[in-house]
Design a protein around this ligand. Structure first.
Ligand SMILES: Nc1ncnc2c1ncn2[C@@H]1O[C@H](COP(=O)(O)OP(=O)(O)OP(=O)(O)O)[C@@H](O)[C@H]1O
Length: 342
């Protein structure tokens, strides 16, 4: 069941000044996020990702199309009703957006005050949240006394205070170092798995998506250009933009300077075998080469694991009789994708 539904949603911002063109930030996007999933929305700067999440929590009004969250169509709702809907949506930000004049406790109490949760319930709820995010000893610290990772943990606790069904994370780890990023992503995974909260992660870093997303949505110039299960998008990217993103993390079939350097450093025919969990296992592919009397050396590539499923591109330099190599490649082609460098 979809908990967030965008149907043919567009957002056009008026021209910044006279004579300027209107900005089409989101264009005809249809996207349904299933309850319980972590959807990663990735795109380069200006692709429309932030506008898209702002349409979900109705901080922006769609120019056309409909946005429905947990069964309530937010497009066209009064501000009073929108405030209620927003209580069911938690949000975390790149710059954390904590109140510097409030302690950690005070920051987490804020949404409870807004939601008019009786003060008698604050103590229990805030303690629970602080334990959940691993900051039980920081209740009385001020944001300036915390590291970036700790600040984001407070941001997450605050976003969870009113028990939302949906959590929106807009570049939530972009200001953090790689190790802290991993910790915060693990916490987001825990939020999803233990609390069952549907999570939408907006990022320009594929690493973030790879770490936690079940589903990957690629945006470019306001449009969704690719949308699929994380494994499929990583193992078989279709759109050029997706290929560019995936290529930054995962070795594909070598081209350009990489290919030139492989040629300069290795003799033999350069062949890339693309494995996934439905193809011939590597061991059998290598056995095929060995039984054909072909010598081989792994010169480029590697295997990846996405959600427990394995895939990757291995480039080999093959040496032996051409006829024997052709014969072996012919047999391999039946069960694994084979690309020979021209
Ligand atoms: N309030 C606004 N008024 C006018 N134009 C806007 C406004 N907000 C965003 N835009 C424009 O809409 C387009 C999409 O911006 P958006 O911030 O959604 O992209 P993004 O993918 O989140 O990029 P970034 O990561 O750089 O924020 C950009 O061209 C941006 O300049």
């Amino acid at each position: 069941m979809a908990i967030i539904e965008l149907d043919n949603v567009s957002k056009v911002f008026p021209p910044a000044h006279r004579g300027a063109a209107p900005v089409s930030a989101v264009e005809d996007v249809t996207l349904h996020v299933e309850a319980g999933e972590i959807a990663g929305i990735i795109g380069y700067s200006g692709a429309g990702k932030s506008t898209l999440v702002r349409l979900v929590n109705a901080l922006e009004k769609a120019t056309s199309g409909t946005v429905t969250v947990d069964g309530t169509t937010v497009t066209g709702l009064s501000e009073r009703r929108l405030r209620e809907v927003r209580l069911g949506i938690g949000m975390i930000f790149q710059q954390f957006n904590l109140f510097s004049s409030r302690t950690v406790w005070g920051n987490i109490a804020y949404p409870l005050q807004i939601a008019q949760v009786p003060k008698s319930q604050h103590q229990k709820r805030i303690s629970e949240l602080l334990h959940f995010v691993g900051l039980a000893d920081k209740a009385h610290s001020y944001p300036e006394q915390l590291s970036g990772g700790q600040k984001q943990r407070v941001g997450i606790a605050r976003a969870l205070a009113t028990s939302p069904k949906v959590l929106l994370a807009d570049e939530a780890t972009s200001a953090l170092d790689p190790e802290t990023t991993r910790d915060v992503l693990q916490l987001l995974k825990k939020v999803n798995v233990e609390l069952g909260i549907t999570t939408v992660v907006i990022t320009h870093e594929l690493e973030v998506v790879r770490a936690i997303a079940d589903r990957v949505v690629v945006m470019e110039r306001g449009r969704v250009v690719e949308d699929g299960a994380a494994f499929d998008v990583f193992a078989r990217p279709r759109h050029p933009t997706t290929k560019r993103f995936v290529g930054t993390l995962i070795d594909g079939v070598p081209t350009g300077a990489t290919l030139e350097s492989l040629r300069a450093n290795h003799t033999g025919r350069l062949v890339t075998l693309s494995f996934d969990d439905e193809s011939l296992p590597q061991s059998q592919a290598f056995a095929e080469l060995i039984s054909g009397g072909i010598e081989f050396e792994l010169v480029h590539g590697g295997m990846e694991d996405i959600q427990g499923r394995s895939f990757g591109n291995l480039t080999l330099a093959l040496r032996g009789e051409d006829a024997a190599i052709d014969h072996a490649l012919g047999r391999l082609r039946e069960r694994v994708a084979v690309t020979e460098a021209a």
